[in-house]
Design a protein around this ligand. Structure first.
Ligand SMILES: [Zn+2]
Ligand SMILES: [Zn+2]
Length: 179
């Protein structure tokens, strides 16, 4: 064991003592009052897992902004009823790209909660997907994380169509090929 590994091991053991000292055995998060938990701990509770699963199923697994595949559930507010699963109408399924655009503007500044509603209903906040450029060695453009699920899909198909035309033709037929 190197000194670094030893230090990490000691840290791990101390952390587990701390958990026990606070009465935190297995599943302590589920027994705690959800409204007093740190957000990171709250997100690991069975309560939140149940709430988010039911919101995703209500939204049929679709991003409520772009209509693509949803990746997560976003809080329109963090009021007690929402956190307790009694106001699921304030929770919305989103893809990662739409979620990023709702929380941050194009230069990375955090948007205020008051802006979220606007961004949710207006796709003009989105970046245009970049042109597919086969000379680039990286296959994903820099604005990738801000693209909607549908934009990502379109970009990937176009990339595949041009980079791997034979595979693409096999998968999709001749349709969509350059004449
Ligand atoms: Zn989306
Ligand atoms: Zn969010």
């Amino acid at each position: 064991m190197t000194p670094d590994e030893l230090a990490r091991e000691i840290e791990r053991i101390q952390a587990s003592f701390d958990e026990v000292a606070k009465g935190r055995g297995r599943g302590w998060r589920d027994k705690a009052d959800p409204l007093t938990l740190e957000y990171e701990d709250y997100r690991r509770t069975k309560l939140w897992k149940g709430i988010s699963a039911s919101v995703l199923s209500r939204d049929k697994g679709m991003c409520m902004r772009c209509g693509g595949k949803a990746d997560l559930v976003h809080h329109m507010d963090y009021s007690d009823p929402v956190m307790l699963g009694k106001a699921n109408e304030n929770l919305v399924s989103l893809c990662e790209g739409c979620h990023e655009v709702i929380h941050f503007d194009s230069i990375g500044n955090k948007r205020s909660q008051a802006e979220w509603g606007n961004v949710l209903s207006d796709m003009s906040f989105n970046e245009k997907p970049p042109k597919v450029d086969l000379r680039l060695t990286v296959s994903k453009p820099a604005v990738w994380k801000r693209l909607t699920a549908l934009q990502k899909k379109e970009w990937s198909l176009e990339f595949a169509r041009r980079k791997y035309p034979d595979h693409y033709r096999k998968a999709f037929g001749d349709e969509g090929q350059d004449a």
